[in-house]
Design a protein around this ligand. Structure first.
Ligand SMILES: *[C@@H]1O[C@H](CO)[C@@H](O)[C@H](O)[C@H]1NC(C)=O
Ligand SMILES: *[C@@H]1O[C@H](CO)[C@@H](O)[C@H](O)[C@H]1NC(C)=O
Ligand SMILES: *[C@@H]1O[C@H](CO)[C@@H](O)[C@H](O)[C@H]1NC(C)=O
Length: 486
């Protein structure tokens, strides 16, 4: 064990040492493994315990001059210390106790290396040394487990940080079979420690159970776990997936269906609204036609050349027996007469019979219609909405004098007048022989409209009779439908 600094006669000096047998330096372990950040103790024993006064104790790392601790003549010598060891190293005891073990505080990765415990008798220049390797390790954090669905498989991923050196990752099946690693990454941080992540993909229950381990290459210790994925989990996952997909599909179907349904409802509602409007119009029409108004001519309004029968139901093309008294209501310019009552709302129907004659007009007029003064054309502008037979044609006096074609040689014997004072206000004329619509006036809704039945008899006119009772309306005679469909 003994060695001298001289290189002369090894044999002699060995003999000398053997004789003197001054001291021995030993280490009880060749390797010390320390976790980074903790304190390390590098063992060194001096035997026999001696006075520190004649000995120099030098701990150095790798090189003689790289001093990490020095004791000279019983005093700690700090000047030769490498800066990074100042204040971090001390002897556990001392030569007098035979214990030269070095304490190193807060070891770093850079502290790893071979340490020499070198003891020299300065008087005899005899030295002894022992070496110990310091290995720094970092055991990373407990692995984090992440489970996630990856297509139809389960992705199992472990991550762990702060390892040194780089650990080994071991995925194993329960029977020791290797499991194919899906991905693994190892990243060396600036502090020299490794972060690792590794994952596998389990396709079905036959892939498990398995174990996962991170093995430290220095300590040989495993950090890991056994894990088994119950086979129930797979169908359940696919079931969940299925349920989810189904839900998505159902939702989209419901969504699309709902949109269709809502649209359908809207369409149906629009149709129904239209149909109901039609139906209610039709009902109004039928009701009115079934219950014709009992209107009577108002003799006070008749032109002096016209007269009214005693029952006030017939307008005659002849002057009355007695010269009528002038009044504000009487038509003086045109050969007209109006009926009572007047109408301001609702639906009304009356029917007139046109006696032999070629000059007549049938319609409605507002009470403001001009009765005196200069001659004028019948038209809605004059508050008159009527059809007229004049010079062999039947016309709608709508400002355009539209000619109305009538079946049966152009002769009309009866005209049905349907007055609708709900918006849109209309007055329609029917040929009651076949319920064909002759013409409909849209009555502009200026003010609240009040109208009365209106008649004109020309010089060549016959007579006009107001009918009590009505022409039968059968289902086949859908006069109303004609109006609304055309
Ligand atoms: C150191 O060497 C001297 C001279 O040989 C010897 O007298 C002394 O006892 C030695 N000291 C120790 C502590 O061995
Ligand atoms: C593990 O999880 C903890 C808590 O979420 C997090 O702080 C840590 O960074 C994670 N470690 C790794 C290696 O992902
Ligand atoms: C990651 O995988 C590659 C090859 O698959 C392997 O060489 C490497 O050692 C693995 N890394 C870890 C940290 O296991």
């Amino acid at each position: 064990m003994g060695r001298t600094l001289g290189y002369g006669c090894v044999q002699l000096l060995s003999l000398t040492v053997a004789i003197s047998a001054q001291f021995q330096v030993t280490s009880k372990s060749r390797l010390v493994v320390v976790v980074v950040g903790t304190d390390a103790v590098l063992p060194c024993t001096l035997s026999p315990p001696s006075s520190p006064l004649e000995l120099e104790v030098r701990w150095f790392k790798n090189l003689y001059t790289s001093v990490v601790f020095m004791l000279k003549k019983g005093n700690e010598e700090k000047e030769q210390l490498m800066p990074e060891y100042r204040g971090r190293t001390s002897l556990q005891a001392g030569p007098q106790n035979g214990d030269l073990s070095l304490s190193m505080h807060n070891v770093q990765l850079s502290d790893a290396g071979i340490y020499h415990c070198f003891v020299e008798n300065k008087t005899s220049s005899i030295y002894e040394e022992a070496i110990t390797e310091l290995s720094i390790v970092a055991v990373g954090s407990l692995p984090n487990l992440t489970l996630s669905l990856h297509d139809n498989s389960i992705l199992i991923s472990f991550s762990s940080s702060a390892w040194f050196p780089e650990p080994e990752i071991d995925w194993k099946g329960i029977d020791g079979t290797k499991i194919t690693v899906y991905s693994n990454t190892s990243v060396k941080e600036s502090n020299g420690l490794f972060n690792i992540e590794s994952s596998i993909l389990l396709k079905d229950a036959s892939d498990g159970p398995f174990s996962y381990a991170i093995r430290h290459p220095v300590t040989g210790k495993d950090t890991g776990l056994h894990m088994s994925i119950h086979e129930n989990m797979f169908p359940r996952i696919s079931l969940w997936l299925y349920a989810f997909l189904s839900a998505v599909i159902v939702l989209s179907v419901v969504g699309i269906g709902a949109i269709f349904y809502v649209r359908k409802l809207q369409r149906e509602k629009e149709c129904l609204t239209g149909r109901i409007a039609d139906l209610s119009s039709e009902l109004d029409w039928r009701k009115a036609v079934m219950n014709p108004e009992c209107i009577t001519f108002s003799p006070e309004t008749c032109h002096p050349e016209l007269s009214v029968s005693e029952d006030r139901l017939t307008l005659l093309n002849q002057p009355p027996a007695f010269v009528p008294l002038p009044n504000d209501l009487r038509f003086e310019t045109e050969r007209c007469c109006i009926c009572l009552p007047d109408f301001s709302s609702g639906c009304h129907y009356w029917e007139v019979e046109l006696g032999p004659g070629v000059e007549w007009a049938v319609g409605v007029a507002s009470p403001e219609v001009r009765k005196k003064g200069a001659a004028y054309q019948f038209s809605p502008r004059e508050n008159i909405w009527c059809i007229a037979f004049f010079i062999d044609t039947i016309q709608a006096l709508d400002n355009t004098e539209k000619i109305i074609q009538v079946e049966g040689g152009g002769i009309l014997e009866r005209v049905g007048v349907y007055l609708k004072l709900s918006v849109p206000r209309q007055v329609s004329f029917y040929d009651t022989r076949n319920w064909s619509l002759l013409y409909t006036f849209q009555m502009e809704s200026r003010n609240r409209l009040k109208v009365q039945p209106f008649f004109w008899l020309g010089n060549k006119g016959g007579e006009i009779r107001l009918l009590r009772g009505r022409t039968e309306v059968t289902n086949e005679q859908e006069g109303f439908e004609d109006e609304h469909l055309l």
